[in-house]
Design a protein. Structure first.
Length: 491
């Protein structure tokens, strides 16, 4: 694994000395492996398993000790997955599934597999169970892995059915979506059918599958799309140095996650996502969970998720950090990185569509939605009750919308106009490269307008925020919605 995150390969588990079970023997052959990983273990530990001919199914279960640890010290957490006889090399040619820490057992065979795992032939050769010691207690991580091979006729692998690339749509319009949702195919608790129903109830037009480190869910949506719901396929690439969404990739695309920022591999997988026609979107970049804080930088990002789930302090930090990138882009002339928001919903009561990204797209198709996100023609709202329009006008009746540039000379008067519906008791804010320069309370009904005049020499860009009343005095209130910027001036 040269150039990848550190890895260790254990001694091989062999079934060669055991007599093959008879076809139909439900018990099969079983081996159990125990061991202890010390603190400071490599990111990945591979347990080779020699699989003989005639195996119909592989079943794996595991457990590990969780001893008490001193306050402020991380305890044990051990993830698991599997690679087939094609090997564990980066790129995932042999990848057959990953459940992280969400399951204690899994199986796979030709016709079926545990969610998170890929059905397919169980061929003879050396398979590898992948253990990921996410955190290790000072006492070490004692584990037990049990492998059972079941013999018999292999069965037939069904041809996967993937979502279509277009829904009916309304032509050029604003479409609402949530691109960060988890189902039972990773650490979520909802089925795809439940997610599709909740997405429709939330007023969404599109969603994106984003399971942790597996593409198994791409084939799980048969019969759940429709004229009213576009389903994109992707992945949440969950590394030890942050998480990144691959949005709208070709169905069946797997994006490897077994590297850190120090390994200089991220750029390669950015290109893999782009070759699969998807977007690269760092997720919750300032989240406080272990391994969640984004360390790879934003130079390769197509957009960044600055609002993740119900609005919290780390979202406020992400929003401010993203705003700083707008200043840098405007000064340097480099392209700017749009922002988006998603729910990261896992289970009840996590609301799907809180927040949601509202995208101006030419139609409700995969390519059009991704183009709108990439261009920043979007705003983020906490629910479908909230709608915004945000424009800038100046010069000879020139006009710009969200994500655009109003190209007028530096001293030209510019009028910025915001219309809001569905945000009761909120306040509208206009933010520029100097900070917040205008604030307008909205009517109690939540339907109102705000207007402000400036020039490009005074404001390099303008974006809008709609906020609830402050929870704590002296601090900004939680977001109800925000827009991507409108840039002002010829440059």
């Amino acid at each position: 694994m040269t150039g990848a995150a550190a890895a260790l390969t254990l001694s091989t588990v062999s079934f060669a000395s055991a007599a093959p079970a008879q076809a139909g023997d439900s018990d099969g052959l079983t081996r159990t492996v125990t061991g202890t990983l010390p603190a400071g273990s490599p990111d990945f530990v591979y347990l080779p398993v020699e699989v003989p001919r005639g195996v119909r199914e592989i079943h794996v279960s595991y457990s590990y000790e969780r001893p008490p640890v001193p306050a402020g010290t991380q305890g044990n957490a051990l993830d698991i997955g599997i690679f087939d006889e094609r090997g564990t090399a980066l790129g995932g040619r042999g990848f057959r599934g990953w459940s992280g820490g969400a399951r204690t057992e899994f199986f796979l065979r030709a016709d079926e597999a545990t969610p998170g795992y890929i059905p397919g032939p169980v061929r003879a050769g050396t398979w590898h169970i992948a253990l990921g010691p996410y955190t290790v207690a000072p006492q070490g991580l004692a584990y037990e892995v049990t492998i059972t091979l079941k013999f018999g006729a292999p069965g037939t692998t069904p041809r996967p059915v993937h979502p279509p690339e277009r829904a009916k749509g309304r032509g050029r319009a604003w479409y609402r979506g949530d691109c960060h949702i988890h189902s039972v195919h990773s650490d979520g608790r909802r089925t795809p059918a439940e997610i599709a129903a909740l997405a429709r109830a939330a007023g969404l037009d599109f969603i994106n599958t984003s399971e942790h480190n597996t593409q198994s869910g791409h084939r799980a949506w048969a019969g759940l799309w429709g004229d009213d719901l576009l389903i994109l396929t992707g992945e949440e690439v969950t590394t030890r140095n942050g998480h990144v969404l691959a949005i709208g990739t070709d169905p069946g695309t797997f994006v490897d996650w077994r590297y850190r920022a120090r390994d200089n591999r991220f750029g390669h997988y950015v290109r893999e996502v782009h070759r699969a026609r998807g977007l690269v979107v760092p997720a919750h970049p300032h989240a406080t969970c272990i391994g969640c804080n984004w360390k790879f930088g934003f130079a390769d990002a197509d957009a960044v998720e600055v609002w993740n789930g119900p609005y919290t302090v780390d979202d406020e930090v992400s929003l401010a950090d993203w705003d700083n990138t707008l200043v840098s882009a405007a000064r340097s002339g480099r392209p700017w990185t749009p922002a988006m928001g998603n729910s990261d919903a896992h289970r009840d009561p996590d609301p799907i569509g809180t927040p949601q990204t509202v995208v101006l797209a030419e139609d409700l198709t995969r390519d059009a939605i991704l183009a709108g996100i990439r261009a920043g023609r979007s705003y983020v709202a906490e629910s479908s009750k909230i709608s915004l329009t945000f424009t800038a006008t100046g010069g000879r009746a020139r006009h710009a919308d969200i994500g655009d540039r109003l190209r007028v000379p530096a001293d030209t008067p510019v009028t910025v106009h915001l219309t809001v519906t569905g945000a009761p008791n909120c306040t509208a804010h206009f933010i520029t490269d100097q900070g917040t320069l205008h604030t307008t309370p909205l009517p109690p009904s939540g339907n109102g307008t705000a207007e402000w005049r400036t020039t490009p020499s005074y404001a390099t860009y303008v974006r809008a925020e709609v906020r609830h009343p402050p929870v704590l005095p002296g601090l900004p209130g939680p977001l109800a919605a925000f827009t991507n910027p409108i840039f002002l001036g010829d440059d």
